[in-house]
Write a protein that binds this ligand. Structure first.
Ligand code: E4P
Length: 219
């Protein structure tokens, strides 16, 4: 399973990329706004930090023609850009055109299995179902991942990867991993919460206390 960071915060990406666990980054207009940075500058810096992984940069236009112009600007930033388009009529049209030009495309704001089916037909590299936002409405985000996985499995011609997005908790991560999502995109705080366990901390404390009584040093 690939792990992407859902962030446009350079400091946070720098801090976590050194683990070697980060396979890519996703951004969106809200994350760019939160960074307070110019989209082209910050996206370029992210691409340099994760040179071997896709970095999703989202178009903001609503119509096909302007989306294509924006995509052209964004994909020139770096070879590892994936253009993020919304799951709309124009977004699907842009996805089909861009994937035909060998551009990586991430279709975002997916909330139903039928939307995911259309994105795969349009040649999306990634489909981004938003778990947390469905859960916020009292719906079951993991059920959506399960349905998409079943549909994609039935049609081997679909090469679209399921990129579980809008992840709010470590439980979400485990649920989508159990369902076989290809990728999960995580806020930094969720990635950090994944390795933390009180029994790990307590065990380490006990080992260190016992080790100190030996008076030994490995080095
Ligand atoms: C994914 O690509 C989106 O950027 C992101 O996961 C949305 O998450 P949110 O619902 O927490 O804003």
């Amino acid at each position: 399973m690939k792990i992407f960071l859902d962030s446009a915060d350079i400091k946070e990406i720098e801090e976590l990329v050194i683990t070697g666990l980060i396979d890519g980054v996703t951004t969106n207009p809200s994350l760019i706004a939160k960074s307070g940075r110019d989209i082209k500058e910050v996206t370029k810096e992210i691409c340099n930090l994760v040179p071997h992984g896709p970095v999703s940069a989202e178009v903001t236009a609503m119509d096909y023609e302007t989306m294509m112009k924006e995509a052209d600007v964004l994909r020139k930033i770096s070879d590892n850009i994936a253009i993020k388009v919304p799951l709309t009529f124009d977004g699907l049209r842009a996805c089909k055109a861009l994937s035909g030009e060998d551009t990586l495309v991430n279709v975002t704001l997916c909330f139903t299995a039928n939307q995911a089916l259309l994105a795969a037909k349009a040649g999306a590299t990634f489909i981004s179902p938003f778990l947390g936002r469905l859960d916020d409405l009292g719906m079951d985000g993991t059920e959506l991942i399960s349905e998409i996985a079943d549909i994609y499995m039935s049609y081997p011609e679909f090469e679209t990867e399921i990129l579980a997005a809008s992840i709010r908790s470590v439980k979400h991560v485990k649920d989508v991993a159990l369902l076989g999502a290809d990728v999960v995109t995580l806020p930094g705080k969720v990635l950090k919460a994944m390795y933390k366990h009180p029994l790990t901390d307590a065990g380490l404390e006990a080992f260190n206390a016992d080790w100190a009584t030996t008076g030994q040093s490995i080095l």
